[in-house]
Design a protein around this ligand. Structure first.
Ligand code: ACO
Length: 377
């Protein structure tokens, strides 16, 4: 009997020097640094630099990356034209996926797989995505055609992202919470979307194709789509007092409760305490204790009954809601963060490539033949 590892569970397929997930110690390291320390001390741009280069930037290197990011922040006319062609009924993940395709198709160096060209492409995507996501959320809210909000050169990545989305300057506490979420979402070893990007890269396809594929993998509710799905759960439950009857029904119907469980972490997700702390700050800032009451009530009841712990999507969903993002925009925010990890992995895969092509065990019909097929040949 062949030993089939369904879902590749427990299979180690390659080395990576980018991040280390350790479920035994409940820790996550980016290039050796605990993610909690990075979230407490670094801007998202510095973490992007760390993932790409292996070291945190000096102040000059950070300034250089920030200058490149500012140069690439504008919503490009071709990208805007493509978004405008899409109906507002399209899911925002489909819009982001399309936008990345257009960004790739308009990059004259898209098929240049040199490390320098791929780093430039990585910075281009990292810089361009906030304008795409912000414009798409804004156009959905407005019946009339709208203009994108001009980026602000005096604002760094996270603050400018919020500015382009809401056309108002966010409080430092909100910018900090957003920055923390981006850092926590940036990288997580061989998750489904990153592995997808590595599979595509392994065929010697280009960086943009790999990111488009990764976006498709992230969209699913078992992966990144869960942060959006968590908010739907919160909306369904409505109030902490409804948690018990809601959960009775959900479990009786054998529903998966989104935002709980993880393939690797079985005793809790290392990123959750940091994101919950950011959520608590937002709850106090916006005076929405009801959100935390519901969060805690569902977590307590679900962990008590199933022994399955929350993952990062559980606190980040309500946190993005409090910041003012529409629920359908949550997973694109995950894309904006994870594009740093994906592109780091694409470059790592490229540097020591082997075509990823596993085997399968055939369990279809035994060999059989078409009656009289010889008459056709
Ligand atoms: N709600 C209810 N039951 C669950 C949940 C959940 N969220 N998660 C796992 N279980 C149950 C399964 O039903 C299964 O029960 P069974 O053995 O009685 O059939 C058991 O726990 C094992 O679950 P699997 O899905 O086989 O575990 P796996 O490791 O493959 O799944 C996964 C991990 C897909 C994340 C799962 O926990 C899940 O579906 N969670 C909800 C979606 C979610 O939140 N995804 C976000 C992942 S993290 C991220 O992308 C940042």
């Amino acid at each position: 009997m062949t030993d089939i590892k369904k879902g590749l569970a427990g299979v180690v397929v390659d080395y990576t020097a980018i991040s280390k997930v350790n479920p035994d110690t409940n820790s996550l390291l980016y290039r050796g640094y605990p993610v909690q320390e990075l979230a407490a001390s670094q801007p998202f741009e510095a973490v992007a630099y760390l993932l790409w280069h292996g070291e945190l930037p000096t102040s000059e290197q950070l300034a250089e990356l920030r200058a490149s990011e500012r140069e690439n922040r504008m919503l490009q006319p071709a990208v805007r034209a493509a978004i405008d062609l899409l109906p507002t009924t399209a899911h925002p993940m489909d819009v982001v996926r399309t936008a990345v395709s257009v960004i790739g198709a308009t990059d004259p160096h898209a098929d240049d797989a040199s490390p320098e060209a791929e780093l430039a492409g990585s910075i281009r995507l990292f810089s361009a995505l906030p304008a795409v996501i912000a414009y798409d959320q804004r156009r959905r809210r407005d019946d009339d055609p709208i203009e994108p909000v001009e980026p602000r050169d005096d604002l760094d990545y996270a603050a400018n992202f919020l500015w382009m989305t809401f056309e108002e300057e966010s409080e430092p506490l909100v910018v900090d919470a957003f920055n923390v979420s981006l850092i926590l979402y940036a990288e997580h070893s061989f998750n489904a979307s990153t592995f997808t990007a590595r599979v595509i890269t392994s065929t010697l396809s280009d960086l943009y194709s790999a990111v488009v594929g990764a976006i498709g993998a992230l969209k699913g509710p078992l992966h990144g789509g869960a942060n959006e799905a968590v908010m739907h759960v919160f909306d369904e439950i409505g109030d902490a007092s409804n948690v018990v009857p809601w959960l009775d029904t959900a479990l009786a119907e054998k529903r998966k409760v989104m935002g709980f469980g993880h393939r690797v972490y079985k005793r809790g997700d290392s990123r959750v305490p940091t994101m919950r702390a950011a959520l608590v700050e937002l709850v106090e800032h916006y005076d929405r204790p009801d959100v935390l009451d519901l969060y805690d009530a569902l977590e307590t009841e679900f962990v008590d009954r199933k022994g399955i712990y929350p993952n990062l999507d559980y606190p980040s969903g309500p946190a993005y809601h409090l910041m003012g993002f529409d629920t359908a925009t949550f997973t694109p925010l995950f894309v904006a963060a994870r594009v740093t990890g994906w592109t780091a992995h694409i470059r790592e895969q490229r540097a020591s490539n082997a075509l990823i092509r596993p085997l399968s065990e055939y369990n279809g019909p035994d060999e059989r033949h078409i009656d009289g097929y010889e008459d056709f040949v």
